[in-house]
Design a protein around this ligand. Structure first.
Ligand code: EPZ
Length: 419
């Protein structure tokens, strides 16, 4: 077990390079298993634990995987097992994408129920609804989901809720479904579009990703391809918010500014200076920012994944802010830790009322999920004195080299073994 030790109170300056998008890569890698010929060489792979987990799942299924300098090559021409019965599946959420991918290619799969951040109930009923609509039978027994179909046939599927996971998983299964599949009320997140682009590069026929209606025309076969993952919208958002909170000026490089519009808009509303370039964003802040209200929504709304880092910024901004977390019922657990550092936040259900304070004070705190971890790191950078963040295995699942990136910007942050 490791921890981060942060001596806070310093503004941050300089440039930071954003890595490949976690939530895209954790879908694109499992999707590669549908290629029955050729290898997939996927570039801009972030160095995070979730990617390590997926590598282990591939090996468990008998595929060959090779990692070299930020790229991963997957040879899935031979798949020896359709039963992903390994602890690595249970360690992360996105392992459920093996279900849709294997169902599409082999018409059969068994995958343990996924893990992931404890931020709410996170059902998979919409994934199941989609698989069944395509003609699969789905059973959940002994902690695993089994899917099986004689054949998959395209149809129209209207999702009851907007779900990133269900949209991608059903899209994966539908690549080989006979005829046309239409997904309605689909998620529009950038990573949904990235997965569709990757599948099309392999020979799938998918149109409309990025809108709420996705049309998939079934094909018989897809082949390996070269592909580069998009930059991480959430990692970029985290550095934008951190700069606003710490004060200073940071150029956030290798981003798609369009993906960050909801975050830029809020920071501008608070009084920060946000300058968009072609593939970078500069954030300047004198820390003299005013509170705002946030409601998390599916893309293009304000992302739930940036809500926790944002709450740290609002905790030290002037006046009252209100956060309404509309996606997950349990994504405000980090507030207790922020309050230990001197924040003044009350939570009722999915709503946090934040009365801005002048400063936070260093304390020993613990991350209980990935973005809670990022919120606490930002709090440590802002706070006077020393903060020790434990539970950083959650952070390592989704942020590559977080301490190195902040150190490079002038943050005093080091990693150490827990006693
Ligand atoms: C993805 O989770 C991301 N994870 C999450 O990122 C992100 O918070 C979330 O999308 C929303 O943007 C990955 O991509 C691996 P959903 P996912 O299905 O797919 C409900 C992070 O910090 N729902 O879009 O699991 C669900 O309960 C993580 O990087 C159903 O009711 O999220 C939630 O309220 C955490 N039935 C809402 O939909 C279903 O079958 C959105 O969930 C599926 C979802």
């Amino acid at each position: 077990m490791e921890k981060l030790i942060i001596n806070g109170g310093k503004s941050i300056y300089g440039e930071v390079e954003i890595s490949g998008a976690k939530n895209a890569v954790v879908a694109i890698l499992p999707a590669a298993i549908i290629a029955s010929k050729g290898k997939c060489c996927i570039d801009n792979i972030p160095n995070i634990e979730d990617v390590n987990c997926i590598e282990r799942i591939f090996e468990y299924l008998g595929c060959k995987v090779e990692r070299k300098e930020g790229a991963l090559t997957i040879d899935s021409t031979v798949v020896k097992s359709l039963n992903a019965n390994t602890e690595h599946v249970r360690k992360m959420r996105a392992s459920y994408y093996f279900l849709g991918a294997l169902l599409g290619r082999f018409k059969e799969a068994r995958v343990e129920l996924p893990g992931g951040c404890p931020i709410g109930s996170r059902p998979i009923d919409q994934h199941i609804k989609g698989f069944e609509a395509l003609g699969a039978s789905v059973t959940i027994e002994c902690g695993a989901v089994s899917v099986k179909a004689e054949r998959l046939v395209g149809t129209s599927i209207y999702f009851d809720v907007i779900s990133v996971g269900a949209t991608i998983n059903v899209m994966l299964a539908a690549v080989f479904a006979e005829g046309v599949t239409i997904l309605e009320n689909a998620a529009k997140e950038p990573h949904v579009v990235d997965v569709a682009n990757f599948l099309n590069s392999m020979g799938a026929k998918i149109k409309g990703a990025g809108t709420d209606t996705i049309k998939i025309t079934g094909v018989d076969e897809v082949v390996g391809c070269n592909y580069s993952v998009i930059p991480d919208q959430i990692e970029a958002g985290t550095f934008m918010v951190a700069t606003a909170a710490c004060g200073g000026e940071v150029k956030i490089k290798n981003v798609i500014p369009k993906h960050l519009e909801s975050i830029s808009a809020k920071l501008i509303e608070m009084g920060a200076n946000v300058i968009e370039g072609d593939d970078n964003i500069i954030v300047k802040s004198d820390k003299n920012l005013k509170g705002v209200n946030i409601k998390t929504l599916p893309y293009p709304g304000f992302p739930t994944d940036v809500q926790q880092p944002m709450s740290t910024l609002l905790a030290v901004s002037k006046g009252r802010s209100v956060i309404n977390e509309s996606i997950y019922e349990n994504r405000l657990k980090h507030v207790e830790e922020l309050n230990r550092m001197g924040a003044n936040i009350t939570v009722e259900g999915r709503v946090a009322v934040i009365d801005g304070v002048e400063k936070l004070k260093g304390a020993n705190v613990k991350a209980t999920d990935l973005r809670a971890g990022a919120a606490l790191v930002i709090a440590g950078l802002v706070a006077e004195g020393t903060t020790v963040v434990e539970g950083i295995q959650h952070i390592d699942r989704g942020y590559p080299n977080i301490e190195e990136k902040f150190k490079h910007l002038g943050g005093d942050i080091t990693r150490a073994k827990c006693d």
